[in-house]
Ligand binder design. Structure first.
Ligand SMILES: Nc1nc2c(ncn2[C@@H]2O[C@@H]3COP(=O)(O)O[C@H]4[C@@H](O)[C@H](n5cnc6c(=O)[nH]c(N)nc65)O[C@@H]4COP(=O)(O)O[C@H]3[C@H]2O)c(=O)[nH]1
Length: 763
């Protein structure tokens, strides 16, 4: 505080100072003057001057004081005006409030804000117009000011306007100790934030709404990324779909989170393009990566968001397609499969059959369609209910599946009807055999889970491509017609679409079953046809030819039963027996004095395809002691033409054993010069069909001449088959053929007869 302020605030102190100074001046100056001036007149004169000086000095002092005062008053007036103007013109409400909360002084802005006049407000407290929900907070903070805990506070609160509505305000309160009103008071600054508050509330509401919307659908993942791929937003669905919590995902890079490595470069380029052009990445179905490493199908859309003063952001909206995919798969499955048995349905069967027909047409093989139908299945449903019927169908399906080979195609056509597609079958009977097996599998007593026992039977119908029909639907209809026939005739078995085939198939199957018995009961025997040196007429060997001496039908020709043995697989058993029997017989004859007699045996192409043949021959030669170089294996052209590399290896192995190799029925098959050159053969047998019309038939004669010449060039011996007449023999002799066999010399004979004949010729 300056001296002048001190004086103006304490005037008595100024008066006292003036009194002391005046008394000191009068007393002190007179005394000093008395010492300095001794002359009384001069003294009196100086006293007058001194009096004037005092008057002048005090006048100056009075002027200074008055000037200062007027200056201070002017300043005080100006600052009061300034304060008043500031108070009144301020754009915020200002109020002086008593410690009891009464409005002491309010500015115009506040009066406008609250709708009351200054006078009305002075009769009220702030509490009267404070929203009840805000009052406690306001009062408690005010109490803190009063107790000196704090100097000021601010809060957002609602005042009630005179017309009753509430206005959101920001209140700042400070306590003023200077007792302008005689006591301390509060200065309240009240700012109208109502509009702001409304906007904020609306914004918060809309934010909540937006958030609720974003999180409402568990299948729609929404993710936000910075331009560099950093995750900034991750909704709840994203947590479920990708397995990362929002906390885990935020801050991580998109490429590390959900983009598979194989897509990383593509995604980077797409993002750069989107940022550069502003065009969103086209929506697409993608396979993205989950936290657990699994992939998930999503339909992904993208948006580029540009906010003012902020770098661009990308938003991805991914719709989880898992359920949709499952549904699609289910729909696709149901379109092609039967839901009860999980077997392909009719549509799939037709599709599969059509494709099989295309393959069969290219490679010329047989296809069979077997249709199976359970007898009186309706009765089972009616008697025991559909669930039992369903269970039975499931059991039957399982048994049928087990009875079939993996390449056979089983379908459920509907109800109690099944169909089987057999591709690349050797002959029609294969289908009947399988159909009978399947019927055998169905025709029995079935025990169901509830203990019920049900005896069922079924029928089968068969149609064949290309024998019966050449398209899928027609084949199915054919099998259906055959099934109907089988059932209507009460056959309780299978039937072909064509009756002839049914008969012949049954006949062949009967024969097959009898052949099994024949093997067991040793009804098979070997006959031997002499092979003769054409020049000397000497028997040089024998061809072993199998015969079936059936107790009922008598002698059954190999041409009838060998194909059945081949299709049923019995040929392997028969083949082993033939090799053993021939070698044993050859060795016996050798011991009986027929030295150097070769034995030729027929080897089926099927036997030839098995590696076991080498071992069988090795074992037999060892066990019988028959010399390998006297054993001749007759192979057909077709056996040599399949899988040439394997055949060549096999032939070489056989040659290493020392056995001789002959090619049978030469001229009826491929007759390729290339394989003649390639394979290590010893003998070439000209087929009977070229011999029959010799020597008259010019062409056959030339063919035989060419074969002999060719064979000799390649170092093979030539044997002519089926020589019946001397003319044929003469011609063959003339063209240099080495040997022959045929009725001219002898028919196939029993071992004993052969021995007798050979002895005679030896003699
Ligand atoms: N009309 C006439 N026929 C003659 C004459 N000379 C021989 N034949 C017959 O011609 C066939 C020659 O046998 P293939 O061509 O190997 O043809 C054989 C052979 O392919 C097959 N075969 C016979 N035995 C066996 C065997 O043990 N195993 C195998 N896999 N097939 C055999 O059965 C076919 C037929 O055998 P077979 O009925 O014994 O018939 C024999 C034989 O009896 C003749 O002058 N005139």
């Amino acid at each position: 505080m300056s001296d002048t302020t001190a004086l103006s605030q304490r005037p008595w102190f100024g008066a006292l100072l003036y009194l002391i100074f005046g008394v000191a001046w009068i007393g002190g100056s007179d005394h000093l003057l008395g010492i300095v001036v001794t002359d009384a007149e001069l003294y009196s004169q100086y006293q007058t001057y001194k009096g004037w000086l005092y008057v002048a000095f005090t006048a100056a002092l009075a002027w200074l004081l008055l000037w200062q005062r007027s200056n201070a008053e002017m300043q005080s007036l100006r600052s009061r005006q300034l304060f008043e103007q500031t108070f009144e013109l301020a754009n915020v409400g200002i109020a002086h409030v008593s410690l009891q909360g009464r409005w002491l002084k309010t500015n115009e802005r506040l009066q406008q804000l609250l709708g009351y006049t200054q006078y009305e407000l002075q009769g009220m407290t702030f509490a009267q117009i404070t929203h009840p929900d805000d009052l406690d907070k306001d009062v408690s903070q005010l109490a803190q000011l009063e107790t000196g805990v704090r100097r000021e506070y601010s809060m957002e609160k609602r005042y009630r306007h005179k017309d009753g509505h509430y206005i959101w305000c920001r209140l700042g309160v400070r306590m003023v100790d200077a007792p302008v009103f005689g006591k301390p008071f509060y200065i309240s600054i009240i700012e109208d934030i109502h509009e702001l508050k409304v906007i904020e509330t609306e914004l918060r509401a809309s934010n909540l709404k937006f958030q609720a919307l974003l999180d409402s659908d568990a299948a729609i993942s929404i993710q936000g990324y910075e331009a560099d791929g950093t995750t900034i937003y991750w909704n709840r669905a994203s947590e479920r779909i990708y397995g990362y919590s929002a906390q885990e995902a935020k801050g991580q890079n998109l490429l590390d989170l959900i983009i598979p490595e194989s897509m990383a470069d593509e995604v980077k380029t797409a993002i750069q393009q989107m940022l550069a052009t502003g065009k969103p990445i086209p929506s697409a179905e993608l396979q993205l990566k989950r936290k657990d490493g699994r992939f998930i199908s999503v339909f992904s859309s993208h948006a580029l968001v540009r906010l003012p003063d902020k770098p661009p952001q990308m938003y991805c909206i991914d719709i989880d397609l898992t359920e949709q995919k499952k549904h699609e798969q289910q729909v696709a499955y149901l379109a092609h499969y039967d839901a009860l048995t999980n077997l392909p349905n009719r549509a799939s069967f037709v599709q599969q059959l059509t494709q099989a027909i295309e393959r069969a047409a290219l490679r010329s093989y047989l296809i069979a369609v077997i249709m199976l139908d359970i007898d009186h299945f309706k009765n089972i449903n009616d008697s025991y209910g559909h669930s039992i019927g369903d269970e039975l169908l499931q059991q039957i399906t399982q048994h049928l599946t087990e009875a079939l080979q993996p390449m056979d195609y089983l379908a459920r056509l509907g109800g109690d009807e099944y169909a089987v597609l057999l591709e690349d079958i050797e002959q029609a009977e294969d289908a009947v055999r399988l159909a009978d097996q399947l019927l055998h599998c169905i025709n029995r007593v079935w025990t169901l889970s509830n203990g019920i026992e049900v005896k069922i039977s079924a029928g089968a119908g068969i149609s064949l491509y290309p024998l019966h029909e050449i398209n899928a639907e027609a084949l199915l209809q054919g099998a259906d017609a055959a099934l109907y026939k089988a059932k209507s005739e009460g056959r309780n078995g299978s039937a072909y679409y064509s009756d002839d085939l049914t008969q012949s198939a049954r006949e062949r199957l009967r024969l097959e079953s009898r052949l099994r018995t024949a093997i067991l009961e040793q009804q098979l025997v070997l006959y031997y046809q002499p092979q003769v040196d054409i020049a000397s007429g000497q028997i040089i060997g024998a061809e072993a030819l199998i015969r079936w001496l059936d107790p009922e039908d008598g002698l059954i020709s190999p041409e009838r039963f060998i194909p059945i043995a081949e299709s049923s697989g019995l040929i392997h058993e028969i083949g082993v027996w033939v090799i053993e029997q021939s070698c044993r017989q050859g060795e016996l004859w050798h011991q009986q004095g027929l030295h150097g007699l070769s034995i030729a045996i027929n080897v089926s192409p099927l036997q030839f395809q098995r590696c076991a043949l080498i071992q069988q021959i090795t074992d037999t030669l060892l066990s019988t002691g028959f010399p390998a170089d006297l054993l001749e294996l007759e192979l057909t052209e077709s056996a040599l033409m399949t899988q040439q590399a394997d055949v060549l290896t096999m032939l070489r192995q056989l040659k290493q054993l020392g056995v001789r190799l002959a090619i049978d029925d030469f001229g009826t098959g491929y007759s390729s010069l290339a394989y003649l050159k390639l394979f290590p053969l010893d003998v070439l047998k000209i087929d009977k069909s070229f011999i029959d019309q010799l020597p008259k038939h010019q062409q056959d004669a030339e063919i035989c001449r060419a074969i002999v010449s060719l064979a000799h060039t390649l170092g093979f011996k030539v044997l002519a088959e089926g020589v019946e007449y001397q003319g044929q023999r003469d011609f063959l002799t003339a063209i240099g053929c080495d040997c022959f066999q045929g009725y001219l010399f002898a028919q196939p004979l029993t071992a004993d007869d052969f021995f007798q004949l050979a002895l005679q010729h030896k003699a």
